[in-house]
Design a protein around this ligand. Sequence first.
Ligand SMILES: *Cc1c(COP(=O)(O)O)cnc(C)c1O
Length: 344
Amino acid sequence: MDQQFASDNYAGICPEALRAMEQANGGHAPAYGDDAWTQRAADAFRTLFGTACEVFFVFNGTAANSLALASLCQSYHSVICAEAAHVETDECGAPEFFSNGLKLLVAPGSGGKLTPEAIRRLATARGDIHYPKPRAVTITQPTETGEVYTLAEIRAIAAECRALGLRLHMDGARFANACASLGCSPGEMTWQAGVDVLCFGGTKNGMAVGEAVIFFTTPLAEDFDYRCKQAGQLASKMRFLAAPWVGMLESGAWLRNAAHGNRCARDFAAAAARLPGVEIMFPVQANAVFLKMPEERLEALRGKGWRFYTFIGGGARFMFAWDSREERIEHLLSDIAQEGLRPS
Ligand SMILES: *Cc1c(COP(=O)(O)O)cnc(C)c1O
């Protein structure tokens, strides 16, 4: 099909990830992560983050988030999240399921971003035995609305978490886009800012499949391998989950891919903002652009074959992947512009 911008997971596999898969396919290797590729990928993460973190490879983001949160909580605990958080709106109850009952506490009016005040309000609202005990906070970086927490914001949230005795999890399904956006190191955005565990997304970054769960507070990783196995997330041919990471991290493709997506989003948003009747809904700080347009205009775009989601605030979401092409973006813009010229 022609290139679409409905999601960054419509894109294929980037050359660096594919090449590493091919190289990993060069013969036999031990199973279940006992191979050289898995070791090399975990080491590449330790080099990238500049710390002795514990690294695990799982198939998708729902598993990464759910299992990471389960490792922070007992079944009677709760996790504070924003209204738009993927764990709340798009994981079919997996975080609750894998932890045998934890409750997500959604901060009212939080949109995509949490604040220290919202966290404190929720964490201290109830202290009695009848309410699930707050144990962790999860933030999405960049957020589901394509905004990026600054380092100062993450540090402030982490400080509040420490004061309240809460662990801090980061859903980084598009973590690379946040790094490219802020221009800071992965270490600065995570363990140096106070993040305990990160889910680092590979799929939307250009891999076929795979996310890494990275524990900076390493005692929390105890028995995480068993948790993965029980959840059906231990790959027997682990080298094929791990090798693409070697290709991505050692070549720098992880950051190049993300920077490209961000640049496309920025350029697209700048051009769309000049079109009459089109409103940019959220600050464009990563690879997502949300456009507010009348419903009949959205319908006309769909009629022209464009695909997009409208699940946040009714606007059309456009996501830009590692392979987004300028002529396709121009084509989309021109179709949006034409729709704007029609009398309604
Ligand atoms: C895509 C995404 C995930 C992971 O989703 P899966 O489909 O389970 O891989 C997690 N969090 C956010 C914010 C996402 O956008």
